[in-house]
Write a protein that binds this ligand. Structure first.
Ligand code: SAM
Length: 257
């Protein structure tokens, strides 16, 4: 079933109005007609609005709401990926895969060993491009929300943000053994079940750039109760590590209803 995102204001009662480039897509690319069903999200409430196309005009598609699927596709916790700014265009791949795996937010972090330096102007245009990647991946994977790509933060700012979250971890290749990893995953799953039916809790995951984290950064993280953990005995690339821990969390958190 085709999936579209609208602004919350475009959902009024049982009427849903699609505008913009999606109109041309529905009319001329998909060649859809009245009576056909589509699914719509407003990108924020995690709900899946199933509707039937009513009328298609040049510049809007009017739909009739049939029902709302509450237990949509979102994970029971909101995962924020704090990603050390990687080289070249790796960030685009990381964002695309993180969105497919259920991340709710991506924060680029300018850590001590980041080779890439973004001034405000460059950062603004990069974040716009990355947000577009997130939206495209959210559409393709039929997410109910469009994960936000935030403006780059310093490590200190990122750790302060993470300290407001329910839990956070920092995968670190020098962390000993898998006990901390097991404990973290168990704690996240316990948190998810404790908060079922309430506002989804937020957790953070920190991934370093190609050069990794400095010892000072790891110490700072521990002071903020962001726990270092191992992702195994091999050294993963920065573009692999976040996806590895997201895959583990997704597997354990996925609804098995
Ligand atoms: N210091 C690494 C080295 O010796 O090559 C480089 C860092 S690694 C390319 C990038 C990031 O991936 C690390 O900062 C860490 O967050 C994560 N990472 C990679 N392998 C890991 C592992 N085995 N356990 C935990 N985290 C890992």
């Amino acid at each position: 079933m085709q999936h579209f995102f609208v602004e919350p204001s475009q959902i009024q009662g049982n009427r849903i109005r699609i505008t913009g480039t999606d109109v041309n897509h529905i009319r001329n690319v998909l060649r859809m007609h009245s009576g056909e069903e589509i699914s719509v999200s407003n990108g924020t409430d995690g709900r899946d609005y199933r509707c039937e196309i009513d009328t298609i005009t040049e510049d809007e598609v009017l739909c009739r709401l049939m029902f709302i699927k509450e237990d949509g596709v979102e994970l029971p916790v909101r995962i924020t990926l704090f990603q050390g700014l990687p080289k070249a265009d790796k960030m685009e791949l990381i964002i695309q895969k993180a969105v497919e795996l259920g991340a709710a937010e991506i924060v680029p972090v300018a850590t001590a060993r980041c080779v890439v330096k973004l001034d405000d102007k460059k950062a603004k245009s990069k974040v716009e491009r990355w947000q577009g990647i997130s939206e495209a991946a959210a559409k393709q994977s039929k997410r109910a929300v469009v994960p936000q790509v935030c403006a780059p933060m310093s490590m200190k700012e990122a750790l302060n943000y993470a300290s407001e979250m329910a839990m956070a971890a920092i995968p670190y290749e020098l962390a000993e053994g898998m006990q901390a990893t097991d404990r973290f995953v168990e704690d996240v799953c316990r948190l998810a079940s404790q908060k079922a039916g309430e506002e989804r809790p937020q957790i953070g995951i920190f991934i370093g750039p190609e050069g990794g984290f400095t010892e000072e950064e790891i110490e700072l993280a521990q002071e903020k109760e962001v726990c270092p953990l191992s992702l195994g005995k091999r050294i993963l690339r920065t573009e692999t590590a976040g996806l590895a821990i997201l895959s583990v969390l997704m597997y354990h958190l996925e609804e098995r209803g």
